[in-house]
Write a protein that binds this ligand. Structure first.
Ligand SMILES: [Zn+2]
Ligand SMILES: [Zn+2]
Length: 387
């Protein structure tokens, strides 16, 4: 019988001893196995995973390893379960937990910092100095499920209560998986960037973070919000999510277009989500003097950057990792108020058993896939297109 020291369960939520879990074998190889259902410790709950979205970073981890780090090394053949953008229902409470109740629907942030290093104490727990030190005799309490600890491509997972975000009944499972993506955009624009209403924003690259970056920027009162990219179907979704202007960089020079659309001047912020080779050099020419560039994409190669232009023009350049300072809670507040419709980027749902197919849809953008979600329950084991 499922139990642990001080763990509270409920007859309404019977918990099995074992669960289905996908694990990473060699690079690119996922296997469906059985694992024991994990047991929450102090300040943790057991989450029954109801839906999990596939992220470009999952594809990177499954094929290449980083940024996942398991027991201080590559994640292959370590019985590691990837997946990090999940939501679900609280199914058991660890000792002393009274902040959440069994049966409550929640979505999760990815990073639970150690809580004791300088950055965690500042609320920047996604930059925890004890990142990945959560095994053996170096257990510092850090967890980043799907990166340094087991993630969401399974039926149950334990989460620190600091990573939980309560969601309303009216929010669908699929929409709830997108809260953390919006939270990342929020963290980049407000906590790290300092954006205030009325400032101008360009988002380069209409992937999930870029598209929700547009939505969050508009909801925060940015004006204008300009989205650049190469795919017209995604630029169209960007308009629906609040972009005042969209620019297809195949037909127009992006820097010239931004200046034309912003009264001849550069904008206050660029959120770089494309990872394109010349993206940073273009971004620093899209901002005005003293403007800020948030780097949210992982380029695959090192690229030369015009540092003299950055210095001469007092431009701020900063990377963003994840969704610190509880920005996810504020993103959820926008979404539960329906300030934007994040479900516009959800395109497909598959059963958990069909994870390899779901991954193929996300990777190859089959059928114009953007966000692909898998669900353990309530979905027949075949493809279900989003409405
Ligand atoms: Zn992600
Ligand atoms: Zn820390």
């Amino acid at each position: 019988m499922y139990a642990g020291p001080g763990v509270k369960t409920s007859p309404d939520f019977p918990i099995p001893d074992k669960m289905k879990a996908w694990v990473l074998g060699n690079p690119g190889e996922l296997k469906l196995t059985e694992k024991p259902v994990p047991v929450p410790k102090r300040a943790e709950v057991l989450v029954r995973i109801d839906a999990v979205a596939i992220c470009a970073t999952d594809l990177e981890i499954i094929d290449h390893g980083p940024p996942a780090s398991i027991q201080g090394g590559m994640p292959f053949n370590k019985n590691f379960t990837p997946g990090h953008e999940y939501m679900g229902t609280v199914a058991a409470l660890g000792p002393g937990v009274d902040e959440y109740r069994i049966g409550q629907r929640i979505t999760v942030e990815i990073h639970a910092g150690c809580g004791q290093c300088k950055r965690c104490r500042e609320g920047m727990y996604t930059s925890c100095h004890n990142y990945g030190l959560n095994y053996g005799d170096v257990d510092k309490g850090h967890r980043a499920n799907g990166f340094t600890t087991d993630g969401g491509f399974c039926e149950y997972q334990v989460n620190n209560i600091n990573t939980l975000v309560a969601i309303p009944d009216a929010m669908s499972d699929e929409e709830a998986t997108l809260v953390v993506t919006a939270g990342t955009a929020m963290y980049g624009l407000t906590e790290l960037g300092g954006l205030v209403a009325g400032e101008s924003v360009v988002v380069t690259g209409p992937g999930p973070i870029g598209l929700l970056g547009v939505a969050v920027a508009k909801a925060l009162g940015a004006q204008p919000v300009i989205l650049t990219g190469t795919r017209d179907n995604r630029l169209k979704i960007g308009k629906e999510l609040g972009a005042d202007h969209v620019v297809n960089v195949r037909s127009e020079d992006a820097v010239a277009a931004v200046k034309r659309l912003n009264g001849g001047k550069g904008v206050d912020y660029v959120v770089e989500c494309s990872g394109a080779p010349n993206a940073v050099n273009e971004a620093i020419r899209m901002v005005n003097r003293g403007g800020k560039v948030c780097l949210a994409a992982f380029p695959h190669a090192e690229t030369p950057v015009d540092v003299a232009h950055i210095v001469r023009n007092n431009i701020y350049l900063y990377g963003i990792r994840g969704e610190g300072k509880s920005a996810t809670h504020r993103a959820e507040a926008f979404m539960s108020q329906k300030r934007f419709d994040a479900t516009k980027i959800h395109t497909h749902t598959f059963a958990l058993d069909d994870l390899p197919t779901a991954i193929r849809y996300a990777k190859d953008r089959v059928d114009d896939a953007i966000k692909v979600v898998v669900k353990a329950k309530g979905v027949a084991a075949h493809r279900v297109a989003a409405e």
